[in-house]
Every structure is written in C-alpha cells, then in structure tokens.
Design a protein around this ligand. Structure first.
Ligand code: NDP
Length: 279
C-alpha cells in the first residue's frame, strides 16, 4: 500500500494499514509526518507511487494531488483519492489521472480519524467497478466499501449530501444550546428527537417526509407551512432578544417565508423541497 498525505486522516489510514499487516509506503509534502507510523517514508511522491499498485490519497483537496503527482508515473496505478472536493473537480481529476495512464477511484470517507477501520466505518466510492472490486479487500481495511456508481463525481455528491446534514444538525444544536444556556440540560431532549426522527411512529419524520418527497404530495392538514413560517419568525425573534447570532435561524425563516409566499402555506414541511429545487 502507498498512502499519500499524512494529515489527521492519512496518518491514521497509514497506521491502520500497517496494523493490518500491509507493507506500507508513505509520503507527505511536509517531511517528518511519517515518524512513528511504522511505514516506509518515500523521499518523493513519485517514489511513493512507484512503491505500490494501490495509492490511497488523503489531502486537503484535489489540487494537492495535482501538485504532488505532477511528476509521478501513474501508468498501471490505481489512485484511491479520499480527499474532499466538488463532484465536478473529481470528474476532471479522473481525466487527469487517465491521461497519465492511471485509474482514479474517488472516495468520500464517512468517519473522523478515530473511526477509521473500526466497526461502522464506511466510505462512498465511485469509479470503475473493476478497479474497486480488484482492491476491495485493501479498501475494506479502512471500512465498508459502498460503491455508488461509475461517475467519479458521485463519491463526493453522496459525501457532501451527508456532510450537509451533519453540519446543519450539529450547528443547529450549538444555536439551541446557546439559547437555553445549558447544553447538558438540552442534550437528552435532542437525543430523543434525533432517535424518534428515524423510527416508525408519529415523530418518525424521516420516513414520513421521504414518502412525501417521493410522491410530490405535501399534505399540511396537521401542521401547515404558513403556521410553521410564523413559528420560524418567532425562533428568530427569540435569538434576537437573547442577543445571539441569527444567521442559521434567519436562513430557515427565509426559506419558510419564500415557500409561504409561493403559495405553499397550506401544504406541509416537505413543500420546502420545492424551494430547494427552484431557488
Ligand atoms: P489535515 O489538515 O490534517 O491534512 C491535510 C493534508 O493535506 C496534509 O497532509 C497536507 O500536507 C496536505 N496538503 C495540503 N495542501 C497540499 C498541497 N498543495 N500539496 C500536497 N499536500 C498538501 O486534513 P485531514 O487529514 O483531516 O483531512 C484530509 C481529507 O480528508 C480532507 O479532504 C478532509 O475533508 C477529508 N476528511 C476529513 C475528516 C476528518 O474528520 N478529519 C473526515 C472525513 C474526510 P502538509 O502536512 O504538507 O501541510
């Protein structure tokens, strides 16, 4: 195995491969990051690529790969890039690697460093099925392999879809904790809500709203959107009165207000999806 990029993620990946018994070569732009990993440090990125058929890359973004591997011989190499970037940049990168005789597998890894290789870890992979299947066992050292399609952009599309939920949910928690002034007090209520959202039952909104999104019907008899638009303004007012930042609550209220103005006031929450599709 070769691992390129030894930040928080890449260094843990290298350590995980070494622990799993894979002879591992590593390279990082700034020297000294290989110390203590138990892997073989390469002097140049080109040397690191030459050392292994499969090259796992974890850097801040894809331009870092373009910089690092500009002089590397990629012929016959499978590059598995688990860095973040836009889906369009990933498609460009697949062409960039192919022009140099290599194959790019893109990936979006869904755990922080301590979760790598642990139960529950997984990554979205995209790109050629043959390359992924040929190296599935090596990729599974990091976590479950979920191949989401051959379009190289898909790995990041799924990753970003999940990151959007992760960030907005936890950022909303920060806002609410600030409003209450006691995060520990609020935490059990939030935990119950997050669990209930994913279960069956009257609070199981993930399933209920998924059905509505799929059908394109947004019933609002029990909780109409106009009522929620008014309520969202009250949330903004509560934060304003408490002297807190209103960036996120205001964005939510603005989305509600646009949907209400567009005539969805009698529909339910899922009608907001229409605003997402037609900004
Ligand atoms: P770090 O900031 O810890 O490490 C960034 C790495 O990128 C370093 O090895 C750095 O090298 C390298 N790098 C940056 N710019 C260049 C460049 N121009 N040329 C060569 N190397 C470069 O980030 P993480 O390890 O936390 O994250 C790596 C990737 O994994 C990111 O894309 C991130 O979005 C993704 N990710 C991170 C998660 C996390 O929880 N940390 C979870 C899931 C995905 P140098 O040491 O020389 O600066």
């Amino acid at each position: 195995m070769t691992v390129i990029g030894l930040g928080a993620m890449g260094s843990t990946m290298a350590r995980t491969y070494v622990a799993a018994g894979h002879p591992t070569t590593v390279w990082n732009r700034t020297p000294g990051k290989a110390d203590g990993l138990g892997a073989v440090p390469a002097t140049t990125a080109a040397d690191a690529v030459a050392a292994g058929t499969v090259v796992v890359i974890s850097q801040v973004d894809y331009p870092a790969m373009f910089d690092s591997l500009a002089d590397a011989d990629l012929r016959g190499r499978v590059l598995v890039n688990l860095s973040s970037d836009s889906p369009e940049r990933l498609r460009e990168a697949a062409a960039w690697v192919a022009e140099r005789g290599g194959t790019l597998v893109t990936g979006g890894i869904m755990v922080p460093p301590p979760g790598i290789g642990k139960p529950g870890a997984y990554a979205f992979y995209a790109g050629p099925v043959e390359a992924i299947e040929a190296h599935r066992a090596a990729l599974e050292v990091l976590g479950r392999v979920d191949h989401v399609g051959t379009d190289p952009g898909l790995a990041m599309l799924y990753y970003q879809a999940m990151l959007n939920i992760f960030w907005t949910t936890l950022i909303s928690y920060f806002y609410s904790a600030a409003l209450v002034g006691n995060a520990e007090h609020l935490r059990p209520y939030v935990a119950t809500m997050l669990t209930d959202l994913t279960q069956d039952g009257p609070m199981g909104f993930l399933r209920i709203l998924t059905r509505e999104l799929e059908s394109g019907e947004y019933p609002g008899a029990d909780n109409n959107l106009h009522m929620q638009a008014v309520g969202a303004e009250h949330v903004v007012q509560a934060f304003t009165d408490a002297g807190l930042d209103v960036t996120v609550p205001s964005a939510v209220a603005e989305l509600f207000a646009r949907a209400d103005a567009a005539g969805f006031g009698g529909n339910g929450l899922s009608a907001l999806a229409e605003m997402v599709r037609k900004p």
